[in-house]
Design a protein around this ligand. Sequence first.
Ligand code: SF4
Length: 432
Amino acid sequence: MPLQQSPYILYSDGEGNIFEDTSLYVTGRSGWDAMSVPVDEWIVLPEGGNLYELPGRRGIGIDVQTGEMRLCEKGWAVAAFIPPAHTGLYMAAYETAPDAPTLPLFCYTAAGWFDDKFYVPAVRIEKDIRQECEGFDDEKIQQGVHTFLTAYPHNRLVKHLAENCCNTYTCPAARNYFMGRWECPVPSSPACNANCIGCISFQPQEETIISTQDRLTFKPTAAEIVEFTVPHLETAPFPLISFGQGCEGEPLLMWETIREAIIEIRKHTLKGSININTNGSKPAAVKALCEAGLNSMRVSTNSAREKIYTPYYRPNNYQFSDLIESLKIVRSFGGWTSINYFVFPGMTDSIEEYEALRKLIIDTDLCMIQWRNFNIDPDWYLGKIGATDTGECMGVKQMMELIREEFPTLKFGYFNPSSERIKGNFEADFAH
Ligand code: SF4
């Protein structure tokens, strides 16, 4: 049942215990500003979501009696990590103490409490259930790990996927691979030609936060890639393989090996989709991969504006126009293109960003936007890219609606689609 009023603010005692304060309605954050969130934009925190206490931060609320905005002095602020397939519309609003630690690389969506339930301002943007936590069967996964390690005893990549990705980072893509279904991750590059502020596989020594994964330390051979991906494409339901994972650098730096692998894979099977998640930095390499048989490409970006992109990605020897060119090239081969769009309320939904995104969609004939939550400390991010004034904003939900209205064939989601979905009824109820 939709809410009739704003939820109440949450706070923590600093020891992991969370309480509601019914003297304050919770607010949301957009850019640097705290604001009231429209009541119809709250949903119950989805299964698989988590709550975080934010040390050194006081939540900002609206006094239930006076309507005044004030701090919740009862404890630390609280935010939600919303599960994949959902996009957050407002971040948690709080005041940060000067000595507060930088927050780790997670998303910090606003969270409130009402009628014995936690609420978040978010939308379910993706029907695909591939990362629903209740869909993972640990016993089946460990059976798969044992089976594949036995089947490929000398394959360093399968060993990495088993020991690191699946059993250390609990990566949902690796767990799906070991359950023999859907999207199989294929990391390949120990190096990167960008220096993203919020890189999840490498953080410089001088930063206080750590990367959530360690970067791959070896260069797999084409033979190692082919050995386990062909059987996956042949046997898995709705099969796809994806180069470019969170535990590596930039896959396009390994394009010769990936090209060799794609050519060999397609000699054995025409099933499924071969995708690459990339920063799109090398158009010529993308062309070579399309000629070899690449089916789809997802380019990650924090913005459709070069002036916001460059201070975040800090690219080596490439520039924003290269990723635009890469997107066009894949479309020229009839391939599927997505952007992995890091959603930051107050930046993403600014009028300037909206206009830039419209231009990118038109110029590249883009197929899909994956509206991803930006896993980064908001103050740290805005400070690092020098964003003091984020400009006039319309709200993430309204922006989605305007884009959907203007580009009716453009798909919205959170995950790389299988070829069945690309060629079939994309909006079908995707319970696989
Ligand atoms: S492109 Fe990826 S691997 Fe490279 S710095 Fe950015 S987040 Fe890290």
